[in-house]
Ligand binder design. Structure first.
Ligand code: HEC
Ligand code: HEC
Length: 348
């Protein structure tokens, strides 16, 4: 009997066992590598350049749908030119501490009532729905129906000086007007011409179905405002005697009846989203009714007179809450002051 020469001898059983063990070991080690790799990548987090773009893209994409992106002021520290930066900083200070320069005890001139622009244009005109200046550079010069003409930034600033600060206008060429203008232009330098930034000015507030009620407003004022703005509405002067810790809401040192805040809608919108101190546009502390009723009370108190029939020369362009006739519609001065505003808004 012969064994065929070409048939390989069967492998000894120990060899086969080794091969099998080797294979199993290989699979195990490879699997372990894979698991380790995944763990490493996950624990590395967003600082790992390999995973960063994915994480960043998710972080931007998710909230963008829910939260609108509001305008933010550019950073003054990034202004390269030293003299330009100084002028912009002076402008910001004139907005924040107006009385220290232009008030009754001001260091430059005595032309305003002791309030600061910032009392109404919060955080030096940068706060979301705090009456900010985000859209001024991009939209001025523009036609304004109040004056019936084109207004540039100088004219608009002097409007607030003469009305909100019940004062005398600044000379256009003065260092102060030039600095305020430079600051406002700087704030709007990140806004394309013609665009209105989200969160600029004041946030909309629905009209009530009834007239605003000054009597209800008086009780609310006592409960929610008086502790700071005082019983006589005259505010609380600061210890330095130059400006106010709490600015006045009526009386001889307050805004006059030609000012923007004297219109009930502007006042109600301002306080709804900014007062009492601490309220914000996304965390208001007053109901709509409270805001309108307090507005009716405060704007029924005495204050300096400035309003003139020259305001809104085209009476058909008067805002519905401008409280001085004559009007193009048949409604009374009283209804234009306190509402109900819905029927007025409905007339063309
Ligand atoms: C805790 C103190 C405090 C309370 C309470 C408060 N305010 Fe003010 N209010 C301020 C301060 C401070 C400013 C100025 C903000 C600034 O300059 O940054 C101000 C500014 C204002 C302004 C604009 C400037 C002016 O004087 O015309 C109005 C209007 C106003 N408050 C109305 C109200 C009303 C209405 C209430 C009640 C619902 C109220 N405030 C409650 C502290 C307060
Ligand atoms: C008593 C509150 C008050 C004070 C103080 C005040 N303003 Fe105003 N200002 C307003 C209101 C309200 C408006 C917007 C309503 C309107 O158009 O009448 C406004 C509007 C403006 C605008 C136009 C904003 C836009 O987007 O069109 C500019 C610019 C401005 N103010 C500058 C100033 C400057 C500068 C000062 C200080 C010298 C000042 N304001 C002080 C209440 C005030």
């Amino acid at each position: 009997m012969t064994t065929p020469a070409h048939t390989p001898p069967p492998a000894p059983p120990t060899n086969r066992l080794l091969l099998l063990l080797g294979g199993v070991l290989f699979v195990c080690v490879a699997g372990l590598f894979l698991i380790l790799n995944v763990i490493l990548r996950l624990s590395a987090g967003p600082s790992d350049p390999a995973t960063q773009p994915v994480v960043a893209a998710q972080a931007v994409a998710a909230p963008a749908q829910a939260v609108p992106t509001f305008w933010q002021a550019p950073d003054i520290e990034l202004v390269a030119d030293a003299s330009q930066k100084k002028q912009i900083e002076y402008g910001r200070d004139l907005i924040a501490r107006t009385a220290a320069y232009l008030g009754p005890k001001g260091s430059v001139r005595h032309i305003t009532n002791g309030m600061n622009c910032q009392n109404c244009h919060l955080d030096a005109g940068t706060r979301v729905f705090g009456n900010n200046y985000g859209a001024v550079a991009s939209t001025y010069p523009k036609f304004r129906a109040r004056s019936g003409g084109i207004e540039d930034i100088h004219k608009r600033v002097n409007d607030c000086i003469e009305r909100s600060l019940n004062g005398q206008p600044l000379d256009t060429a003065s260092a102060e007007m030039q600095a305020i203008r430079a600051y406002i232009l700087f704030l709007g330098s990140n806004v394309p011409k013609g665009e209105k930034t989200p969160g600029s000015g004041l946030k909309a507030l629905p009209y009530l179905d009834r007239a605003a009620d000054p009597q209800a407003g008086e009780a609310l004022y006592q409960a929610k405002c008086q502790s700071c703005h005082q019983q006589d509405g005259g505010g609380l002067p600061a210890p330095d005697g130059i400006t106010y810790t709490y600015p006045p809401l009526w009386g001889k040192n307050s805004y006059n009846d030609g000012a923007g805040l004297y219109r009930l809608g502007n006042f109600a919108r301002y306080i709804k989203y900014n007062m009492p101190l601490g309220a914000t546009h996304d965390n208001p502390l007053l109901s709509d009714e409270e805001a309108w009723d307090i507005a009716a009370y405060v704007n029924s108190r005495p204050r300096p007179h400035k309003a003139t029939p020259k305001d809104w020369p085209d009476i058909s362009k008067k805002p519905i809450d401008h409280p001085f006739g004559p009007y193009a519609d048949g409604f009374s001065e009283k209804q234009h002051k306190f509402g109900p505003f819905k029927p007025l808004a409905a007339t063309p």
